[in-house]
Each structure stands twice: as structure tokens, then as C-alpha cells.
Design a protein around this ligand. Structure first.
Ligand code: AMP
Length: 234
């Protein structure tokens, strides 16, 4: 499937339950559109842990137990990265994965983006059945430096246990287990309602349902093309 060029900047937020396929959808979208920059709060935090920073040391135990980090801390981290990469200036397209996750984070982000006239102009919530998510959690392996995700059932690495691009070893995320998953899912259900309401009021919220990224991704493509392609409706 070909994909029309974006004719205006896309500032996209992907929302999904844990294991709901945000990372896979993001990487498929970036392959089609190298001009989009993706920022994942989870990846930024894992990098802080790897670099043994003070944020990393605060993040370690909270992430392992599936708890959310303080709103201000995560917001500062992501907003700093948006600025460092100059994404708030000019006609840049970007997507946020995993942030904002709470209403407070959305409000902090929104006030910064408002100052730069770069507010989020599309939110997509992925709706995936819990049984499918559970399978993903159990079979998911990641290459931490790049954020590349593998699933032993759907998208295994070419060489077992190794990243396709760098050949480096893949890791099992310590928070990818059923107990932690339950906690994360509960937390997700609690926090997503106000987020939906916030972006619903801004008129940018969309829902896309499906069991796998092969079903979901073409719908994401179509929606983005309809809104941001040459015949875009905005
Ligand atoms: P993810 O890679 O997006 O699934 O995030 C993994 C973990 O990082 C989460 O379970 C949280 O502990 C933490 N985290 C990531 N993003 C956020 C956020 N926006 N707010 C609070 N905690 C976060």
C-alpha cells in the first residue's frame, strides 16, 4: 500500500493499553514516513536507567512494579526532548508514544505546545482485546537502545535473541509479566478516561480497533491520509 505525502505537519498522540501495539504501529508509520520523529516516554526512561542518571534511579523500581512516574518528572523529560530535537519549531511532524498518560501530563504538555502554536492535532486510541495483549506481553522482546520490538509469535528476530539491525542481544523488559500487566491495565483504565475527555473536547480524538497491527495499521494510514494527505480535510 502506498502512502501519500503529508501536506501539513502531523502532531500525533498514540494511546493504547500496555502491550496494545503503540510501538509496532509507530515503527510502521515511521518506515512509511521518515519525516516523522517519534518520541516514546518509556524509551526515554529506559535510556535514563541505562545511563544511570538520577531520573533513572527514581524510575527503576516504579517501572518494574508497573507504576506511573510522577507527572512533572515525565513531562519535563519529554518536553525537554521535544525542544532538544527542535520539534516545536517550524513545520515538523512528530508522534508521541506513551506520553501524556494522565490528564495532568496532557495539561502540562498542552500549555507548552500552545505557546509554540504546535498543539497535538491528532490523537488515535488503539482498541485491542485484553486476551491479545496478554499474549503480546508474554512474547515481547526489545532492543533497548533503539526501542525495536519483537514478538516471538508475530514478528520474531531473524536470529533468535538478537536485534535484526545491530545484532545486539534483545532483552525481556522486567515489567513484561502477567502480574505487572494487570496492574498496568488497571492503571490505564483509570487514567485514560480523563485523557479521552480532554482530547475529545479538542476535537482531535479517534478510535481504531483490531486484534493485530496488520489490521490496525492500514486503518491508521487511511485516517492520517484522509486528514493530512493532499486531499486532507483539515
Ligand atoms: P511504556 O514503555 O510506554 O509501556 O512505559 C513503561 C513504563 O514507564 C510505565 O509502566 C511507567 O512506569 C513508565 N512510564 C512511561 N511513560 C510514562 C508516563 N507518560 N507517565 C508515567 N510513567 C510513565
Amino acid at each position: 500500500m502506498t502512502f501519500a505525502k503529508l501536506t501539513r505537519p502531523l502532531r500525533l498522540l498514540l494511546i493504547a493499553p500496555p502491550g496494545g501495539g503503540k510501538g509496532t504501529i509507530s515503527s510502521k508509520l515511521l518506515k512509511q514516513h521518515p519525516e516523522i520523529t517519534s518520541l516514546s516516554s518509556g524509551d526515554l526512561l529506559r535510556q535514563e536507567i541505562k545511563n544511570q542518571t538520577s531520573i533513572g534511579s527514581q524510575a527503576t523500581s516504579l517501572m518494574q512494579s508497573g507504576k506511573l512516574l510522577p507527572d512533572q518528572l515525565v513531562s519535563d523529560l519529554v518536553i525537554k526532548e521535544l525542544k532538544t530535537q527542535n520539534l516545536l519549531q517550524g513545520e515538523k511532524s512528530w508522534l508521541l508514544d506513551g506520553f501524556p498518560r494522565t490528564l495532568a501530563q496532557a495539561q502540562i504538555l498542552d500549555s507548552d505546545l500552545y505557546k509554540e502554536s504546535s498543539q497535538i492535532n491528532m490523537v488515535i486510541e488503539l482498541k485491542v482485546p485484553h486476551s491479545v495483549i496478554l499474549d503480546r506481553i508474554e512474547n515481547r522482546w526489545v532492543h533497548i537502545p533503539s526501542g525495536r520490538i519483537y514478538n516471538l509469535t508475530y514478528s520474531p528476530p531473524k536470529v533468535p535473541g538478537l536485534d535484526d539491525v545491530t545484532g545486539e542481544p534483545l532483552s525481556k523488559r522486567p515489567d513484561d509479566n502477567v502480574e505487572v500487566f494487570k496492574q498496568r491495565l488497571e492503571q490505564y483504565e483509570k487514567t485514560v478516561g480523563p485523557l479521552r475527555e480532554f482530547y475529545g473536547k479538542q476535537g482531535v480524538l479517534n478510535y481504531i480497533a483490531g486484534d493485530s497491527s496488520d489490521i490496525i495499521f492500514p486503518k491508521v494510514q487511511k485516517l492520517i491520509e484522509e486528514c493530512f494527505g493532499p486531499d486532507g480535510k483539515y
